[in-house]
Design a protein around this ligand. Structure first.
Ligand SMILES: *Cc1c(COP(=O)(O)O)cnc(C)c1O
Length: 396
């Protein structure tokens, strides 16, 4: 049984704000500020370079990898932290391509996050003999043929919140002899994930969204134990070497997922992540999912009753939904700015998506109802129809 009042008290949220953007940047866990301060003053300040050994900095990518592994159903020792998600997408995809020589196609869908697709395009350009094939999200399973080296999909669509069937797509990929790479950016910390049980070959994700590690927090990568000694990293950095401090001139990959490390890990950011992961020690992910579905159902019902001009973009079926709700409206951008000005923080995704993330750790039904009421005031009074709300900021 998870006590959501207790988890809410673990976050430092500004008074009066309804924060529905934890799917983009999680809020500050109270313990993270002190943990980061200690890392800076006691470890960096007091230990200097000896911190790599004395404070266990060098082990953090693996130790925290195991903590995240529990949240995504990974075997111990199969997840490692570091770099950004885009980099980890590259690592997984390049390794998968090398494991499937002679297969020309990387398969993904048109709902995938652009950076994942750009990384795939870059790999295709570099290898010269591969092509990125994009199909509609609902056509992925049917498009897996024996030409496909790797299926690379994001489980939950960042815009609509539509969720893929991970078990079915992975099964189909394996039947066709392809590898399955799952991006869990909007899954890890949002719903129960079972990478090992469902047979994912690789999985990647970020920690600054639902896992609350703070802006720029490191990404994670999972490599199935079956591939641990076979997947060869294209970004073959010294910290993925079998013996970094032997300073060999020749590269030898490290053991298992350790080889997916690249360079020096972001220690201060990982200190924040370590504190953020403490919150998850008391969380039952099945209970979290139940609560998340209650909150998203409630928001859909409230908004559809009060704001008929907004069109739901998120699937209604529970199984096909992540932990966010999106609505379409041609004036989505100024509507979102009007909401933000009234303390309801969501975000906008081009061309017309108003996006709201629901994170049971610190959001409850009262906030959901209040947010919908404020949204209906904005819509009914056309409070969004102002020139200043139309000015696009760099980050939307
Ligand atoms: C958030 C997100 C990213 C962002 O990648 P970074 O390298 O961390 O900036 C990539 N892919 C998906 C699917 C995302 O949701």
């Amino acid at each position: 049984m998870t006590d959501f009042e207790a988890t809410r008290a673990m976050f430092d949220l500004p008074e009066g704000m309804i924060y529905l953007d934890g799917n983009s940047l999680g809020p500050l866990p109270r313990a993270a500020a002190a943990r980061v301060a200690a890392c800076v003053t006691e470890e960096w300040g007091g230990m200097l370079v000896t911190g790599w050994n004395r404070a266990g900095w060098m082990e953090m990518p693996r130790r925290l990898g195991d903590r995240i592994g529990r949240l995504i159903g990974a075997e111990p020792g199969t997840v490692v932290l570091g770099d950004t998600l885009s980099i980890k997408v590259f690592q997984a995809l390049a390794a998968a391509c090398e494991m499937r020589p002679g297969r020309r196609v990387i398969l993904s869908d048109s709902g995938n996050f652009p950076s994942d697709l750009y990384m795939a395009e870059g790999i295709c350009r570099m290898l010269g003999d591969r092509e990125l094939r994009l199909v509609a999200p609902e056509e992925v399973e049917g498009a897996i043929t024996d030409e496909v080296a790797a299926v690379m999909v994001t489980e939950v669509d960042y815009r609509t919140g539509r969720r893929h069937d991970m078990a079915a797509i992975t099964r189909r990929a394996h039947e066709a002899g392809a590898l399955a790479i799952w991006d869990l950016a909007h899954s890890a910390g949002a719903l129960p994930v079972r990478v090992a049980d469902e047979g994912a070959d690789f999985a990647v994700g970020c920690t600054y969204k639902y896992l609350n590690s703070g802006p720029g927090g490191p990404a994670f990568i999972y490599v199935a134990p079956l591939h641990g000694e076979r997947a060869v990293p294209a970004l073959s950095g010294w910290l993925g070497h079998a013996a970094p401090f032997a300073f060999d001139l020749a590269y030898r990959p490290g053991r298992g997922v350790e080889r997916m490390r690249v360079g020096t890990p972001p220690v201060i950011q990982m200190a924040a992540l370590d504190a953020a992961l403490d919150v998850w020690d008391s969380v039952d992910l099945v209970r979290l999912r139940t609560r998340s579905l209650e909150l998203t159902d409630l928001f859909i019902a409230e908004v559809e009753t009060r704001c008929p001009e907004l069109a739901l973009a998120t699937p209604r079926e529970h199984e096909r939904r992540g932990s966010q709700v999106s609505f379409r409206h041609p004036e989505g951008y100024p509507i979102m700015q009007a909401l933000i000005a009234r303390g309801v923080i969501g975000d906008f995704r081009a061309p017309d998506i108003l996006r709201f993330g629901f994170t049971p750790l610190y959001i409850g039904p009262e906030e959901v109802v209040r947010a919908a009421a404020i949204l209906s005031e904005v819509m009914e009074g056309r409070l969004w129809d102002r020139e200043d709300y139309r000015q696009r900021a760099a980050v939307t």
